[in-house]
Design a protein around this ligand. Sequence first.
Ligand code: NAD
Length: 322
Amino acid sequence: MRILITGAAGFIGSHLSEYFLYETEHEVVGVDGFIREELHSIGTRNMATFLNHPRFRLIKANMLELDWAETLKGIDVVYHLGGIPGVRSSWGTSFEYYVSSNILVTQQLLEACRSASITKFIFASTSSVYGEKFGKVAEDAELKPLSPYGVTKQTGEQLCRVYRINDGVPAIVLRFFTVYGPRQRSDMAFHRFIRQLLTGETVTVYGDGTQTRDFTYIRDCIEGTAAVALQPGMIGETINIGGKERASVNDVIQTLERLTGLQAKIRYSGTTRGEPKHTWADISKARRLLGYEPAVTLEEGLSWELHDLKKLYGSSSNFGFK
Ligand SMILES: NC(=O)c1ccc[n+]([C@@H]2O[C@H](COP(=O)([O-])OP(=O)(O)OC[C@H]3O[C@@H](n4cnc5c(N)ncnc54)[C@H](O)[C@@H]3O)[C@@H](O)[C@H]2O)c1
């Protein structure tokens, strides 16, 4: 198979590319415009292990300007992960970028898929489409996003449905629940906490830290995500990809203190505007359709992210690690 992965230089896209290149025989065409500023400053760190892989080709372009008909020639499966993630920055004037990269790009790509000979179009959506829910949330729950970001992803899902029903685009939607691990984006909480802890800065927690999340380790997320292309069927399905463990933000900081032997100076500040108090994925559908079973505990996953960030921020310092 030749697999096109948009957002291949990003956190999840780089791991997915690596998976297909090193654990299967498939070819990967990566598309990325290195849109996030940090992707420029850390260069191609995310892609270092596969940029020169003989079965990998990178198309470095803003997706809004891409000739999709040409790009889709010879492609069997599309993973559409490229877009602007993050709840907090989706308010105000930056919403414009969310609209163009999450909605407009998705529509343009789906339009081109009408006349392409792909077998699957897999769209990266998010738990943010659900909004505030109590208990485990299944895929048929009513969608009530609390943030502009969630609205753009819900719209992306609806576009998938519209192009599937009208034009037969073989769309499948995956809803990721807070993914973490090596290469996690620097705006995400774990990355920020670890950096602040390692550098002796105050750890800033939005809200009171009692909010809980269903945290998904990147390796688990990738196994579930890759299985969608590797196994037959599933067209028209929407599937939650959640993690092995839920925890509160305060629990996470305590685990990090234990893992590093460092004491966090915590400042509770800011709001959790646009963020639900709790997320909790019902993954029975992923289990049934994909054989998905998240295996990595929070403590284990955090230690791998810690290991990665130590390399990123402190090759010349041991940050007081024991
Ligand atoms: N990380 C999570 O916990 C999480 C949770 C739910 C959903 N998601 C979704 O999964 C996908 C991947 O998330 P991530 O954390 O890897 O994000 P990321 O920012 O690391 O990766 C996204 C990539 O898309 C690229 N991109 C964005 N707009 C582009 C454009 N117009 N043209 C070309 N490239 C463009 C960026 O350069 C970036 O490399 C996103 O769609 C996100 O909304 C992520």
